[in-house]
Design a protein around this ligand. Sequence first.
Ligand code: MP5
Length: 216
Amino acid sequence: MGFCNDQLERVRPIWDRILSHRFLIGTRDGTIGDEVFATWMRQDYLFVEAAVPFIAILIPKAPSKHVEPLTQTIAALHKELELFRERAAVAGVDLSGTEPSFTNHAYIQFLLASGYRESYPCAYTVFYTAEKAYYDSWTVVKRGLDPTSIWYPFVENWAGQDFADYVAFLQANLDEMAGRSGAAELERMTELFELTAKYELAFWEMASVGEGWPGT
Ligand code: MP5
């Protein structure tokens, strides 16, 4: 079946919770509160900003055939940041001066630590799992969101054919690397897959409850 499909099957209970999360269902049905959606936008803007150095860290570790696609990912992330700024302007959401929530801070640190500390296939596991989670999540939203909604460009960004092809490309790369990984590396990739899935679930929850920092 391949590493990625095996892992998606293994983390199915977490994945199902992601895809049935009230944030996604509320966004799909147009019932989500404006402030809840704005919280997600502000926090995800910070996450995407952090994804740029994460991908940059991968480049020196990457096999040469991965360098150009990773470079293109960085360019795509900058376009995505522009999409956030543009949608925020339409919705009257101020993206400036946001501090990362506890969960977002942890996820960003995990992302960067994975880039710095883990092997390339292990860090790529985090990369793939986060992208796949967004593709699947926004595909849920696509099934109901009114195409005239001001949020629809996010559906087009993450649930369109281009992103589907990109995630399939990442999956083929990760499956290929996993096929050449030893037992210890595969075990670590498995842990990182699950951790990333848990962070993805935590991210929707964080946006939904407007989480701050514990004890403050
Ligand atoms: C992605 C994202 C998708 N924007 N935010 C989270 C919390 N997880 C995954 O990554 P990208 O780089 O925006 O496509």
